[in-house]
Design a protein around this ligand. Sequence first.
Ligand SMILES: Cc1cc2nc3c(=O)[nH]c(=O)nc-3n(C[C@H](O)[C@H](O)[C@H](O)COP(=O)(O)O)c2cc1C
Length: 282
Amino acid sequence: MRNEIYKPLIESIPLRRSTRAFLPEQLPKEYTEQIKHFFKDLELPFIHHARIEIFQAEPGKKLYNNGINPIDNLALIAETDLASISKAGFAGELVMLYAVSLGLSTCWFGHYKLSELGKYIDGIASADRIRESTMGYGYGKHIDAGERVICCMPFGRQNEKSKRLVDIVGAKLLTKRNPIEDLLEIPGSLNSCPEEIKDVLEYARLAPSAANAQMWRFGFGNGFTTVTVAKPVGYKHFKWEHPDVDIGMCAAHIWLGLLEKGYSPKVDVKADADRAFWMFDF
Ligand SMILES: Cc1cc2nc3c(=O)[nH]c(=O)nc-3n(C[C@H](O)[C@H](O)[C@H](O)COP(=O)(O)O)c2cc1C
């Protein structure tokens, strides 16, 4: 990925926050066009088949579980095996950072209302699919269920005047990050870690995660020339069925950090037990 493309994405990492209150205004069309082009031209270090659909939602309807319904939205669509959803998380996070670099606010939503989304995207909300979903939200618990909408993201201008409790609580409680020391596959393995890799992991730990669960664990190999990230084997979250999506987002931050340090890492992701396992060699 060229410097002029990834630099604004890196600068957006510390600026990005989940926004759940938007002004009820449709964005000028050039924003949605820019986002579409960004995704189309995205050069990733692996083959993937994720795609996005941008759509305008009807105001006043509950597309998301907390009732926000901005006009401009994006659906991230991919196959649902572990590696594919994780790659979708990677690609989706780069789009989110790109939207932030355009001055827009966003939020990942794993729990979008499928029947509502079906009004805007054809062929995704049959009665069977709605039955599979978690009480009508998201795409359900299945792994390898075929192509599904992995997550939805609203994007637009933040409503700074919103006083909704959910936004205030969300901004306070759901944004803190754990130190890298608490996010290691092997506790203590950071001791002789080079500073530049610690810098990369600082970007990684700022990635968003459902319910701010920060389920990523970092590992090292080959004298710190390999970095890995995955959830702990067996990890489950009571509210979010697909933590490997989040691991892909964290992997995207690692990749950007390594590019910034001048590396062109070899990137590999594969299913390992019940998780997607990412490996960066540089
Ligand atoms: C995969 C994923 C799914 C999410 N789903 C929801 C959701 O359904 N509802 C919601 O309010 N926030 C959702 N979030 C936003 C997280 O709560 C938020 O990223 C986290 O609390 C960290 O806060 P920050 O993004 O402001 O740094 C989701 C985030 C991710 C990464």
